[in-house]
Structure formats: structure tokens, C-alpha cells
Design a protein around this ligand. Sequence first.
Ligand SMILES: Cc1cc2nc3c(=O)[nH]c(=O)nc-3n(C[C@H](O)[C@H](O)[C@H](O)COP(=O)(O)OP(=O)(O)OC[C@H]3O[C@@H](n4cnc5c(N)ncnc54)[C@H](O)[C@@H]3O)c2cc1C
Length: 316
Amino acid sequence: MKIQIYGAGISGSYLYNLLSQNGFEVGIFDVRKEPDCRCAWGFSYSETKELYREVGLNVDDYVLSKPEYVILNGKIWLKNREVVILDKKDIMRELWRFELRDEGGNILIDATGSSRAVLPRIKNDSIYTTVQYIERQDLDENIYIHMIKTGYAWAFPLGNGRWHVGAGDITKERAFELIRMLRETYDLKDSDKACVCFGRIRLLPPSKCKPIVYGNVYGVGEAVGCVSGTGEGNAPSLKCAKILYDCLINDELERYEERVLREFWWIEVEHDFVSAIQNGKKIKALRLLPKVISVESKRSVKHSFVTMKKMLSMLI
Ligand SMILES: Cc1cc2nc3c(=O)[nH]c(=O)nc-3n(C[C@H](O)[C@H](O)[C@H](O)COP(=O)(O)OP(=O)(O)OC[C@H]3O[C@@H](n4cnc5c(N)ncnc54)[C@H](O)[C@@H]3O)c2cc1C
């Protein structure tokens, strides 16, 4: 059996290493000649550590910072439990010890993220635009967020005074406006930028990203909706690749789609929650709140019903 992976981002590079280290014949191809270095360096620590251990990588060697709080709109302070900022660029360099090649195979993997270049297009896809800078700021090492109904801006510490500052929203103009609001809320200076770039993120849960499997093509990661309602796609995409790997070694590929849908039930709940907020459905959002709190308290920050209700009141 020959496996060909398209896309060497988070999920593709991980899956390649899992497969090649365990004796599979596998090729990988990416439209880039070197790994993507953009924002997206926030990881849910415990899950990421366990998953990367499978390919011999110790995430503790890549920690840039462990922010103490996540601060929402300058008003709500949530104690951080699990979010670490990892040097994603270095992790990707470590995993990119392959030659990119496209030789086809019996099994094709679509790991092309928001492009979803191999699987059929999704009806009513939902792609948000992102803008990101690397810049210098003089701030305590917390995660600073400014959110509105449709998107949010962030400042993530990279250590040594360097920060990722960015935003995602329906349009580029709105993302720029969110960054302006973030600067105003936290008094961030608008200078000392090392670079700027644009990106895209798919905000749809797996159940709305079907087909997940199409003939001999298997989707992993963001291509099949492994991104939470808050835009967390790193650990979920790794997890998705691991599920595919487990199905391959156990000769259970026919169970892959069902396992993805089952594993990421919490992503479905979070997207329901976000869409309730966006559509002004406060009662529905309140009903979903306990589940969201329970999930996020385990994988990111300590939430409470009171703080989350306060956040809801700011948005609806
Ligand atoms: C600005 C921004 C900030 C984010 N921040 C965070 C964060 O802090 N924490 C978090 O958990 N998640 C974050 N995310 C989400 C997270 O980065 C993604 O969900 C995750 O990288 C998805 O992994 P993936 O492997 O599915 O796709 P990707 O990592 O995006 O990889 C896709 C790869 O496919 C390649 N590709 C595209 N088209 C083709 C093609 N036709 N043929 C071959 N290769 C192709 C691309 O070059 C890329 O290398 C962020 C996203 C954005 C845009």
C-alpha cells in the first residue's frame, strides 16, 4: 500500500512522520518549499505533548511562553491552564526532514487545511480572513483578546518581547479594525513590526465538512473541520491525523469518518455556541454554556459560569 499526503502543515507533517517511522511507504507534497511560519503557535499542552511524543518530539523543548492569563476585552481575566506558545517554526523544521514529492498512491490524504485541495468542495463553506504581524511590545506575558460577535483580535507572547498580533473576521477590513480596537483596549503600540501576512481559517465543524472520505481520499485536520469555535486547530488537527493513523494500522479505514465525528463532538458544540452568539440567540447560547465551560476548562483556560455569562452579555 502506498500513501500520498498532500499538505505538509500541522497534520500532514505529523502524519508523515507517524507513517514513515512505522514502516509505511509514504510520500508528501506541499505547494510551499519550506514550512509555513505564520501565527498559530498556541497549543493545548497536554494533548499536544502526548501526540508529538509518538514521533519522538518533546514539546517541552519548544516552549516559548506560558501565559498566565487570557484577558478578554480588557475586562475578563481567565486563569490559563493549558495554553502554551510553542515555537511552531522549529517544530515544523524538525518534522520537515523529507523531500517533497508527488507520486500518487492507493490512498491519498488531503491535509491541505483551508484549501481543501483534494477533497470535493464544501457547500456553504465558511472561511474567515486573518491578518497577522510579528512585533515588539512591552507587556506582561498574557494572551490579550478583543472580541466581537463575528471575530477577534489577539496578542500572543513569543518570549523576549516579541508578539504575534493578529485578527480574524469575515473580511480583511474588519480584521484590521479589530486590531485597531485591540491596540486601543490594551494600549499596544503600532510600530516595530517585523512582518505582516494574511491567512485563512475554516470555521465549520466536521459534520459540515463532508465528505470527509471520498473514494480513496481521506481528509485530515482543518480540511475536514478540526478547528474549534475559538479557532483552535493545532491539537485537533494532530489528533485527527492520529485517528487516521490508528485506523490504518488497525485496518479499520471504513470507521475513520465515524471516529472523527465522534471525537470532535465538542467542536460541534462550540460552533453551535458561536453561531448562537452570532445570531443573537442568548437562551440557546446559555444552554450550551456548561458544555463549553467544561471542555475549555480542560483544554485552555479556567472558565466559570459567571465570567462566561459576563462575556456573553458583552457580545449579545
Ligand atoms: C492566523 C491564524 C492563527 C491561528 N492560530 C492558532 C493558534 O494559536 N492555535 C491553534 O490551535 N490554531 C490556530 N490556528 C488554526 C491552525 O493553524 C490550523 O487549524 C492548523 O494549522 C490546521 O492544520 P492542517 O494541517 O489542517 O493545515 P495547515 O497547517 O494549514 O497546513 C496545510 C498545508 O497544506 C499546504 N497546501 C495548501 N494547498 C495545497 C495544495 N494544493 N497541494 C499541496 N499542499 C497544499 C499548505 O501550504 C500548508 O502547508 C490559526 C490559524 C490562522 C490562520
